[in-house]
Ligand binder design. Structure first.
Ligand code: HAM
Length: 444
């Protein structure tokens, strides 16, 4: 029974009280990216498994250990997307976007799935906001893609985050580096984990981001790719840094960044925070100039990033970032008796048509319980309807913050007409100030 009412390990619900924060992050990220020219793309939650094994790479942790892969009823191997890039690239290739105006600039919010060991900031279902720019080779593309992430953090008021940058070169310069790595790691064959022993010949760079603490310790002394990159890659990297400086974007070069996915070339970067525990990488990305060619398309340079929305939210909450207020109920219409309940439904509907956030009783509760509820949901105004009110067409409207009350006539069409006599003998101006944002006719 317990299983039935417990979400699977590593997943998380976003409850109604939290969803406003999520929408705020997603909207801010999307709108900020749109200012640079990125528009939303939506791709399937699942793809053919081969898309990920080929693009993410079959010696990565993601492919070797973490994918949610299954046979569908048609005997195809299907995988829930562990990340967003592969699907976007596949969609661009399939729909001929790469033959159109370049660069293709796409943004997305996606759920991703990785069978990882859950901990703070690490889930099995998580969410990413990301962008991809396909067809752009120049250093200004790298700088602008990085600027999108930087700008999102700035607009959201995210503090305590650092941009780290590296270049991991191209296939040409990487060949020499691989040799050096094999030399270095071969001396530790008896200490490396099983998976890394397999990686030693096939893809030694993957050992550098193995999650095993022993391998991580050994990796600390390994040669750094930045010392082996070719002149072209170095020039490109310098071009990126110059433009970041010109845009006023702070960064540090961290020669140990290699990223966990195989498709990267040249520029790689991460936005890292020390405030949210071991899983401090809030955003990661870089170039993947070889990916489209490797998937059978024309060689096309490309790059992008993705930020983990759970980690971003965690960081913002930890560092006291501001979130917009959720809209509160404008008016709660309480009612006593059947006829008043019908009228409350009607009046609330008419007020909504005017654009107001209006609620009325849906539990057949007592008046006292309804008022308690109105208070709990933070209703700004309440209107009480009973038999007497229905007869006279006049009811008490109360400002919940000031406790000020006035009599109003309620009419067809959702218009409440203020009647100037009120309990506290307030002036019309005071009433206007207190109730002015409701559709009160004849108020001034
Ligand atoms: P990634 O570094 O694997 O890159 O993931 C990007 C971000 O997703 C991470 O920095 C982290 O914030 C978040 N993330 C990853 N795994 C988890 C998890 N298990 N739980 C919570 N958050 C997680 C990519 O996915 C690339 N596709 C990024 C990219 C786009 N590169 C180029 N274009």
């Amino acid at each position: 029974m317990a299983l039935l009412t417990n979400a699977p390990r590593g997943t998380q619900d976003v409850l109604p009280s939290q969803s406003g924060r999520w929408k705020y992050l997603e909207k801010t990220a999307m709108e900020t990216a749109a200012l640079f020219g990125f528009r939303e793309i939506r791709t399937p939650v699942f793809e053919h498994t081969e898309l990920f094994t080929r693009s993410v790479g079959d010696t990565t942790d993601v492919v070797q250990k973490e994918m949610y892969t299954f046979q569908d009823k048609g005997n195809r191997s299907i995988t829930l997307r562990p990340e967003g890039t592969a699907g976007v690239v596949r969609a661009a290739m399939q729909n001929g976007l790469l033959g159109d105006a370049l660069p293709v600039m796409a943004s997305y919010v996606v759920s991703c799935f990785r069978y990882e060991k859950p901990q703070a900031g690490r889930l099995r279902e998580f969410h990413q906001f990301g962008i991809e720019m396909l067809g752009a080779a120049a250093p200004s593309a790298d700088a602008q893609v990085i600027a999108v992430a930087n700008e999102i953090f700035r607009v959201l008021g995210v503090e305590g985050i650092r941009l780290e940058l590296n270049s991991i070169g191209c296939p040409t310069c990487r060949a020499a580096y691989h040799k050096k790595l094999v030399e270095y790691f071969s001396a530790y064959k008896d200490k490396l984990c099983e998976t890394c022993l397999g990686r030693l010949e096939k893809n030694p760079m993957r050992i550098l981001d193995c999650k095993s603490p022993e391998c991580q310790e050994i990796a600390k002394g390994a040669p750094k790719i930045i010392d082996y990159i070719c002149d072209d890659c170095r020039e490109h990297f310098e071009g990126v840094k110059t433009r970041l400086n010109a845009m006023g974007i702070d960064f540090v070069v961290n020669p140990t960044i290699v990223r966990g996915l195989d498709y990267y070339t040249r520029t790689v970067f991460e936005f890292v925070s020390e405030n949210i525990g071991a899983q401090g990488t809030v955003c990661g990305g870089g170039r993947y100039d070889g990916l489209i060619g490797m998937l059978g398309g024309k060689e096309t340079p490309a790059l992008g990033f993705a930020m983990g929305l759970e980690r971003l939210l965690l960081l913002m909450e930890k560092t006291g970032a501001q979130f917009p207020e959720e809209p509160a109920c404008d008016i709660y219409i309480a009612s006593m008796g059947e006829a008043a309940s019908v009228k409350a439904c009607q009046l609330a509907m008419q007020l909504r048509e005017e654009g107001f956030f209006a609620q009325c009783d849906s539990m057949s509760r007592s008046l006292k319980a309804q008022m308690k509820y109105a208070d709990k949901i933070g209703a700004r105004y309440t209107l009480v309807l009973g038999d007497n009110e229905l007869e006279t067409g006049v009811a008490k409207l109360k400002n919940m913050a000031t406790s000020q009350q006035i009599d109003v006539k309620f009419e067809e069409g959702g218009v409440l007409t203020a009647i100037y006599e009120n309990d506290q003998n307030d002036t019309i101006e005071q009433i206007a100030e207190s109730f002015g944002d409701l559709p009160l006719k004849n108020l001034l």
